[in-house]
Each structure stands twice: as C-alpha cells, then as structure tokens.
Design a protein. Structure first.
Lengths: 335, 444
C-alpha cells in the first residue's frame, strides 16, 4: 500500500490560536504614542531635545544588550525605557548625564532585578531619580523654548566638569507657582510653550498619545484615569478652601509631569497592580501623593516620587486584592 | 443590535466558521477498517463482549460498561473483528481497542428497530437505557450521559440547559445539526426533561447562528416549557458554568456542579442521539465531525461512523495541503493535537482541523509583563499570570491559594498572552501534579 508520506506533525499544547497582540507590538504602540510628545519637545526645544532622547535611548539599548543579549533587546522594552528617560529630562542637560541616566535605568532599574517583568520600580523613573540625586542642579536647570532649531550649550558639557549653564534660564510653571505664586496661562500649558522636561510640557501631545493607546487598548486606562482623577479632585478641594495659595484642578493637571507620568509611567504594567481594583488604588494613591508633595512638600514637582512610592506598594496591593474567583459568591441577577 | 446575554471576561477569537457553516452534513463513505478504542469516554473502559474472528453487525453491542461511570460500545459497521489489542488513541497513548474489518458486500444500513416510548419508562430504566446506548456528552468531554441523569438522594432538577453555543472557532457540526435535525434535538430535550422532572428547558445558542435560533424557535413555539436564548458570541460561552451564568445570571459555586443548582447541561448533539436511541433504537455509532482549517483542501461537515481513521476522513476531504504542520482533533482552543493520522474518530470528536506553517509555529516567548490580559480573559476570575509563574517555579502547593483547581482549562489566558507564555498548559501540568500528590496521600 503506497501513499504520500504524512506531513511531519507538530504536537504542541492547546490552544492552537493566539491573539495578534504581542509584547513587541505593545512596546511599539507605546513608542508610537510617545511620538507626539517627542515632536512637541523638538518643536519647542529644538535639536537638543532629540539629542537628549537619543543619548538616553542608545544607552538603554546598549545596557540591555550587555546584560540580556539580543533576546532581551528584541522585545523593544529598552527602547521604550530610553525614550521615557529622555523625555523626562531638561532639554539642556549634558548628554553624558542623559546616557548615564539610561544606563542606570536599565542596569539598576531592570537588569539587576532579573530583567523585564521582574523589576519593582519603573526603570525610567529609577534612571531619572538617580540623576536627580546625583546632579540636582543640572536636573533643575530649565531653559525657555527657542524653537525647532535650538541647540543648547549645556548639552555638550564634558563629564565631571562644571556644567556650563545657559545664559538664560527660566523657572517652570510649577516653580513659578510654588516660589513666586505666579500662574502660567492655561493655553501655554496646554500647547506646551513653557519651560520644563522635553516631553512633559505639551498636554495636547500627551493627550494625543493617550488617545492612541486607548484606541489600541494597549494600556489599562484605569491607571492614568485614576491618577489624574485623584490629583484633580484633591487639588480642586484644597483650591476651594484656599484659592489664593493653591492652584486648582486644571493647573494641577496641565503643569509639570503629571499628565506624562500618568499616561506613560503609572501605566507601566510591570510595576502596577494586576487586578482592576488594585489598579484603582494604585492610581489614586499616586494622584494624591503628587498633590501632597506639590502643595506641602519641599519640591515643586512630585510625580516621580509619587509613582515610585506606589510602585513599592504594588506587590502588596496585588496580594491583598486578588480577583474574586467565579462562584465564590453567587450573584442572582435575574431569573 | 442586541449583544445577547453572556458571562463576564472571556475572549473573542476570530470565528473561522464561514468555510463550513453553509455546508450540509454529508455521509462519509464507509472504509475498510475501523478501530474502536474501549476508552472513548470519561470513566472506566468498556469490557469486550466479542472475540477475534467473530462477525458483528452494525449497532451490535461489542463492549459493555464496567461499573456505573462507564458506558457501552457498539459495532459501527457490519464486518469481522480482526483484533482486540492496543491501538493508537487520539490522546497519543496506545489504548486497547476492537478492530473491525468492514464487510465489503454489506450495504451498511442500520435496521431501524422498533421505537419504544421513553416517557413510559421508569427513571431507573431510562438511565440504564442511556448507558446501553453508549451515550456520552458529544460536546467534547465525552462524559457518560446517564451519569448526569441519576440524581443524588433528594436532588431535584428544575432546569435543563441544552448547549448549542459551539463557541470553539472553526466548528460547525452542532450548528448544522441544529438546522438539519431540529426536530430530533427538541425531541431529545423533551425526553430528557421528562425524566429529569425539569420544568424549564432552555436552548442556549450564540447569535452568530441566527438560522439555527430561528429553526429552534419555530420548533419550540408550541411548547411553553421550552425557550431559546440567543447569547453573545464569546469564548468560552459553551463552558457549562459560563453558559449558566449567561442564561440565568447565576454562578455555580466553586467546587460544585450545575446539579447543585438543579441544572443539567447537555449538548445539542447529545439530545439528537437520545432521540435516535428511543425513536429508532440506534445507539451512538456515528457523529457529525467538522473537517476544516487552512490545511484541508475541501472542508466539510461529515457524518462519520465512529472508528473511522482520521487519515481516511482527511483523504475524503481532498487530503492535506503540503504546508500542513498540525492536525487537531476537536476545536482549536481545547482540542487534542495528533501525533499520527492513524487514530480513529471517537465519540468526543467534534472536529478535525489542519493548520499550516502559517499558524502552527510556536509563538516567540517573552517574559510576563503583568499586562493583565489573562486576568481580563479568565472566565473563572483567576489570576493566570500568578498561577503560571508559580507553576513554572514548581511551587504547586502555593497555587492552591490562588484556586488552581477552579481552572476550567479553556485556554483563554494562553490565547490572550502577548508574551506567548503557554499559561494554561503550565496550570494543567500543575493541576495534574497536585491531583497525583493528593491521590498518593501526601499533603496536596
């Protein structure tokens, strides 16, 4: 009896269908969503913005490669971390510092924990926190917008030499509010024509990215929504009590890094709780902390520490709020 | 547009039913050789009643039930027993089977016996009849049907839920059966409801089968106790706990059975098989199998005699495409991958699917980023991400704290995972180990 040979059959476990969503696609989505913020950064802060982001990203990818090899780089998460690090830095920052921030973000923020998925803290914020602690002056040196071709001298300072600060420096809207009691027009905050970190100034660009992530169902919307909601609510309540001293909800939402942090940092799945109820608690906690630090802390901005603190609480929240299993209590909705 | 009733969580895989949904059921021609494994159902394997060399006729009982959770097996063709020996089983194991060489001169007609009135039987003899007919759940699990019909002391069944969801992609065998044998499906439900004492019969059908819903609605129009409920298209709608949740909004308590809520769930094909037995005295000797998938040249819904080799069925459907890499018995979510085409169609075979290089590659695996997609997919509201991590670390005992045994193994987590982690397989392996440890008496 002759017959065509059987195909060599693969035997793998069910299911045999898989959704099209993959981890590199998720990371790619985040990169696409970050594009408007990067574009706004370049529009306002010129080539300097691009150079800082590139320096941080190159350092992240190189560090990821060094620790995890090719397999680690192909999921694109290091690129996302790099761009995030770059976008939360001042545009005139020395490039070597941006690169060092990227190195620390991946090395200390991710690789030291065992790689992607195992880290407790948001890697990009670990990198930012390191730079803030190591170079407090450079990290709070702000420059005014000089248009798309701007190139700040500060970028080219050499390592460990006295950073050459730009002739003109300017305070951020949060700094002006906190230390001078001066409010920036909301329209400037919305479009981003203010001084601040590269990707954080333009609310319009960040919202555009958030809409994209929402449409692609890439992130858990509860995280940004909860954080922004809690911060706005608390700020508004305090503002109503003492309107002269504390800004209201809109200023709180649009100024500083709150919008950027809520959309791109708090929404990091690795460092936030898994279950929906946990996500609400995490997000609300971060939002409340931002306002507490801004209003009553020593710093004008508190988004970074707020998220890092909630990152630390995330495993506890997850442990306390496991999903209710089916049939644990039987609802009788209808008969 | 109404979305239809449903359960919470779950996934929306592409349906892939268009290739066969419109194809009428056709009879697969008889072949030379049939292999009937003694274990085609959940429970104890049947005991052979025939010997090698003996002539058998189509529908003759060739193996009997051993104990209560077991069932009978029948010759599916006229022919001669050529072997009673281990043969490849769809599970991948060698399992004792009765091999029959078909009589080439027989017309292979089943002489319809004299109908008996099932409504005049006592409950006990009804249950015994179901066992004699070799009936099992035809949705895939192949659990002996009669076991569900013997009620515990004081148990009361108020509702019969007939499962016509067919939520697995590609499969259309139940769809065609509901369309082409509507009267038998309803007749079987009538018989079953009578013996259960059920006052309410619900046919649950996903609304991607509007023609089947319409046909059933016409058939039950005159029966006040019966109604059809259109359900949202979502996987795993056909899992019995999810189906009960969708229809009545009730959750079967963890660790309990539908029976505890006074509900029995049966597949539509099982209902038609009940009608076959009482109205025509035809035991379970054939079933409808959907043959489909990108590797199949001529997809079809075939009425196949049990024991027909998968190879013969695929050849009848034009053979496999060159690029075929994977053949699955059952649906693409919970089916069994075949290592060999020399395994027979058994009572639980709802489909035979062939996938090509394009679909059959193993996904690239990344680490878990705790994105929560598995949590949002799990119809049992478990935390598959955590369970998968614990399973991979071999921390099986800890998995009990995350209710590993509540997992219904629907595979929604693996489907949803963007990192290509075989979550359900990890949990399945751990569950097996946990049961084994419990069985040998160590602390589970």
């Amino acid at each position: 009896m002759s017959r065509a040979p059987d195909p060599r059959l693969v035997v793998q476990a069910a299911p045999f269908l898989r959704s099209q969503v993959s981890t590199p696609r998720i990371m790619g989505d985040v990169l696409v969503a970050l594009a408007p913020a990067l574009a706004a950064g370049v529009w306002f802060f010129g080539l300097s913005a691009l150079l800082v982001v590139l320096a941080a990203t190159a350092a992240c990818v190189a560090t990821d490669w060094a620790f995890g090899g090719r397999a680690s780089v192909r999921d694109l998460s290091a690129v996302v971390t790099g761009v995030l690090v770059g976008l939360v830095l001042p545009p005139s920052l020395p490039l070597w510092m941006a690169a060092l921030g990227g190195f620390v973000a991946i090395g200390l923020g991710k690789a030291a924990w065992g790689g992607l998925g195992h880290n407790l803290f948001n890697p990009a914020l670990v990198g930012r926190a390191f730079l803030q602690a190591a170079f407090p002056i450079a990290l709070t040196t702000w420059v005014p917008s000089q248009g798309p071709l701007a190139l700040y001298r500060g970028n080219f300072a050499l390592p460990f030499l006295h950073a050459s600060t730009d002739a003109v420096s300017s305070a951020t809207p949060l700094g002006q509010m906190k230390f001078l009691g001066a409010a920036t027009p909301l329209a400037d905050l919305f479009w981003g024509n203010v001084s601040g970190s590269i990707g954080e100034t333009s609310a319009a660009a960040i919202l555009l990215g958030a809409l994209y992530l929402l449409a692609r169902r890439t992130f858990d919307w509860r995280l940004p929504a909860g954080m922004l909601g809690a911060a706005a609510l608390l700020a508004e309540v305090v503002h109503q009590v003492a309107p002269a001293r504390y800004p209201g909800a809109l200023f709180t939402l649009l100024s500083g890094g709150l919008l950027f942090g809520a959309v791109y940092m708090a929404s990091d799945p690795v460092t936030s709780p898994l279950a929906p109820r946990g996500a609400w608690i995490f997000a609300a906690g971060a939002g409340v902390l931002v306002v507490l630090i801004r209003f009553w802390g020593g710093l004008p901005e508190g988004v970074m520490y707020a998220i890092l603190l909630m990152n630390a609480a995330s495993p506890l929240i997850d442990r306390a709020l496991q999903p209710r299993r089916f049939g644990a209590r039987a609802p009788r909705e209808s008969r | 547009m109404t979305l239809g009733r449903t359960f919470r969580h779950g996934i929306h895989p592409e349906e892939h039913k268009e290739a066969t949904a419109g194809l009428a059921i056709e009879r697969m021609p008889f072949v030379e050789r049939y292999v009937l494994p003694l274990a085609q159902h959940t429970g104890a394997p049947s005991r052979p009643l025939v010997e090698v060399g003996e002539r058998v006729t189509r529908g003759q009982t060739i193996a009997e039930a051993v104990g209560f959770v077991s069932t009978a097996l029948h010759a599916t063709v006229d022919g001669q027993v050529t072997a009673i020996a281990p043969r490849p089983h769809p599970s991948g194991k060698l399992v004792p089977a009765i091999e029959i060489a078909a009589d080439p001169w027989s017309p292979q007609r089943y002489p319809a016996g004299e109908a008996i009135d099932p409504l005049r039987l006592s409950r006990e003899s009804f249950v015994a009849e179901l066992q004699l007919a070799g009936l099992v759940g035809l949705g895939g699990a192949a659990f002996p049907t009669h076991v569900k019909y013997r009620l515990p002391e004081g148990g009361r069944i108020e509702r019969l839920l007939v499962n016509g969801c067919e939520c697995e992609p590609f499969l259309t065998s139940d769809h065609r059966l509901m369309l082409e044998r509507t009267a038998d499906v309803v007749r079987g439900a009538e018989i079953a409801a009578h013996h259960l004492g059920a006052r309410q019969v619900v046919f649950g059908v996903e609304h991607n089968k509007p023609d089947a819903i319409a046909a059933l609605e016409r058939a039950v129009a005159e029966r006040p106790a019966m109604r059809v409920v259109a359900l949202a298209v979502k996987y795993p709608q056909g899992a019995e706990k999810m189906l009960i949740r969708a229809v009545w909004g009730e959750e079967v308590p963890s660790g309990k059975l539908p029976l505890d809520l006074g509900i029995v769930v049966n597949n539509v094909a099982t209902m038609a098989a009940i009608a076959d037995w009482f109205d025509r005295r035809r035991p379970l000797i054939e079933r409808v199998v959907t043959v489909a998938g990108p590797g199949v040249r001529r997809p079809a819904n075939l009425l196949v005699a049990l024991g027909t080799p998968a190879r013969a069925v695929l050849e009848h459907c034009g053979g496999l495409a060159e690029s075929t890499r994977e053949v699955v018995m059952g649906g693409p979510m919970m089916g069994t991958p075949l290592a060999s085409l020399d395994v027979p169609i058994v009572k639980g075979t709802s489909g035979l699917l062939a996938f090509t290089d394009a679909e059959a590659h193993l996904p690239t695996e990344y680490t878990c980023i705790k994105c929560g997609r598995c949590v949002e997919a799990c119809p049992q509201f478990l935390n598959p991400s955590r369970l998968g991590r614990l399973a991979r670390a071999g921390r099986f005992e800890e998995m009990m704290g995350y209710h590993a045994l509540d997992c219904v193994e629907c595979g929604s987590c693996s489907f949803a995972c963007p990192s290509g982690i075989p979550v359900v397989q990890l949990i399945r392996v751990a569950k097996g180990a946990l049961r084994e440890r419990a069985a040998i008496g160590t602390k589970p």
